[in-house]
Design a protein around this ligand. Structure first.
Ligand code: PEP
Ligand code: MG
Length: 577
């Protein structure tokens, strides 16, 4: 069965090994039966709980040893479920009051919890449903005396093929043997995916029911960076992927030594490499990839995929989490940027014929101040937990910035009057993504602490080319002389007023653009976590002074194509300036 199956790459990398199948636990629905001695049935249940507790303590200890205390926290949560009176006492009550068998009471009670929690909008509650399923499954196995495959005992190299993996399955994988895993269901944010990333093994999740046809021992190739699984590859494919894997592994090993370093050019100019994040899980990835901070937290993701606005309290919790996790490193949090391609159906906003030119981002926030004020209050309250900077998106004219700052100040005064603690000093900056703001950056520079250039939008507005429209995507030309000149203008304007200038559009992580941006004097480069180490290594090979001259030269060329050729000539083949 030669086949290529597409799924979601949950943890990058390549693996080649034989399939080891984990059969889904047979569906078991216990039948209700009466017991003569409910008290001894209750004791049998408590015994199974104690055995589950012993398992979990052992898994927690070995996870802590292998992966550190924060990864072992999941099992702390599992142990707490075993002590949760709402669940455990309810089961005991059912056994005692109705004189039913423990299996039935466990199944009935846990099922109602799992069903209720899995329908919740809140992702954390849905994850709790998965945890309860995992824990109660464990108690059930002890009650029934059945065994689950012990994944820590696997000794032969393999790729695990499973319906889904629970966090405890994942934590128990013997990394001496398991080369990767692939599951039928799951998403990038499922617990098993998160564990795979921390274990640093390639994984594909959500690969669908075709996986169920794979036979034990079939040769598999995982290319998780592409989300592709090859089943029974041809010898040509195998040779191709072996070579790809060797290149990947070599590059990864080379890059790993850059994780804990500062970023500096060959002539010792310091710049900062920071990460773009959208979800709380992204923070760990940013840290693992050596981010020196967060350059863009797209907070609109906290508002998406749900049915109502997140409360002030919920937002406060999210911002506090990120700030604490980054432990004093800078965290730039952008206020809500909804509109354009990012919709919030529950806000019932009127349809616009040009949404990217419509009531987006700060424009919407100024129109709906209650929305804006809730977010600002949450941000201000969280500010004392780290090094927070607030950034406003989509500003075109100075009045918008001044109004946003006024509202921020007003909320700050109110909070202080209420006796809340707000950080002494919070830097306030703006995105430069509207050409009007870019050309008058000198006028804005007096009013902000920093600029961050949002090239994804800036380029679409400069080129008058919708970033969602494939047919005009050829006009997305970050290294076009017009764009580079505009960027230079913003950097110069910021510098003249002593303000730092960063970039958080995709261009900041583009290896061809980086030498030019370094040359133009960009201070902070914010990009997806995976791009940080290659960028750090690249910058270490470049001379800022030399690239400053090259950037000037590049901007006299007439097309992006000529500029790209120019950059490549000066960065390749040991001829590095
Ligand atoms: C940008 O426009 O460059 C940017 C970073 O913002 P977003 O991609 O979220 O619009
Ligand atoms: Mg933008």
């Amino acid at each position: 069965m030669k086949q290529s199956i597409k799924g979601t790459g949950a943890s990058p990398g390549l693996a080649i090994a034989k399939a080891y199948l984990i059969k889904p636990e047979e569906a078991y629905t216990p039948v209700q039966s009466k017991v003569d001695q409910p008290e001894s049935e209750a004791a049998r249940f408590q015994d199974a709980v104690r055995q589950a507790q012993a398992d979990l303590q052992q898994i927690r200890a070995s996870t802590e040893h292998k992966l550190g205390a924060d990864k072992a926290e999941i099992f702390e949560g599992h142990l707490m479920i075993l002590e949760d009176p709402d669940l455990i006492d309810a089961i005991l009550e059912q056994i005692r009051d109705n004189a039913v068998n423990a299996e039935y009471a466990l199944y009935e009670t846990s099922q109602s919890f799992i069903e209720m929690l899995s329908q919740m909008d809140d992702e954390l509650l849905r994850e709790r449903a998965v945890d309860i399923k995992d824990v109660t499954g464990r108690i059930m196995r002890h009650l029934r005396g059945t065994q689950q495959a012990d994944l820590s005992l696997l000794t032969e190299e393999c790729i695990i093929v499973a319906e889904d993996l629970t966090p405890s399955d994942t934590a128990q994988l013997n990394l001496g043997a398991v080369r990767g895993f692939v599951t039928v269901i799951g998403s990038r944010t499922s617990h098993s995916a998160i564990m795979a990333r921390s274990l640093d093994i390639p994984a594909i999740v959500g690969a669908g029911p075709e996986l169920r046809h794979i036979r034990p021992g079939t040769l598999l190739v995982i290319d998780a960076s592409e989300g592709i699984l090859l089943v029974d590859p041809t010898s040509e494919e195998l040779a191709e992927y072996r070579e790809k894997k060797t290149r990947y592994d070599r590059r990864k090993a080379e890059l790993a030594r850059w994780v804990n370093r500062q970023t500096a050019s060959r002539d010792d100019r310091r710049v900062e490499l920071v990460a773009n994040i959208g979800k709380l899980e992204d923070v760990q990835k940013a840290l693992d990839n050596g981010a020196e901070g967060i350059g863009l937290f797209r907070t609109e993701f906290l508002y998406m995929g749900r049915k109502e606005l997140p409360s002030e309290e919920e937002q406060f919790g999210s911002y506090k989490f990120v700030l604490e996790k980054m432990a004093g490193k800078p965290v730039v949090i952008r206020t809500l940027d909804i509109g354009g391609d990012k919709e919030l159906p529950y806000l019932d906003l009127p349809k616009e014929s040009n949404p990217f030119l419509g009531q987006r981002a700060l424009r919407l926030c100024l129109e709906r101040p209650e929305l804006f004020r809730t977010q600002l209050r949450a941000l201000l309250r969280a500010s004392r937990f780290g090094n927070m900077k607030i950034m406003f998106p989509m500003i075109a004219v100075l009045e918008e910035l001044l109004e946003a700052k006024r509202i921020l100040e007003e909320e700050k005064r109110k909070l202080v009057a209420e006796g809340q603690t707000v950080a002494e000093r919070i830097e306030v900056g703006m995105m430069i993504e509207v050409p009007a703001a870019a050309v008058s950056a000198d006028l804005f520079a007096k009013e902000v602490d920093f600029f961050s250039i949002g090239t994804n939008d800036l380029i679409q507005y400069m080129m008058a080319a919708d970033r969602m429209n494939e047919t005009v995507s050829y006009l997305y030309q970050p290294c076009h002389p017009s764009i580079l000149r505009m960027i230079r203008m913003v950097i110069v304007a910021g510098r003249q007023q002593g303000k730092w200038v960063g970039m958080c559009g995709e261009m900041a992580g583009d290896e061809t653009a980086i030498p030019l941006l370094l040359g133009l004097g960009l201070h902070e480069f914010s990009m997806s976590a995976g791009s940080i180490l290659p960028a750090r290594e690249l910058i270490s090979r470049l001379s800022q002074e030399q690239w400053s001259a090259f950037a000037e030269q590049a901007m006299t060329l007439t097309s992006q194509e000529d500029i790209l050729t120019f950059v490549r000539t000066h960065t390749q083949g040991g001829h590095q300036a």
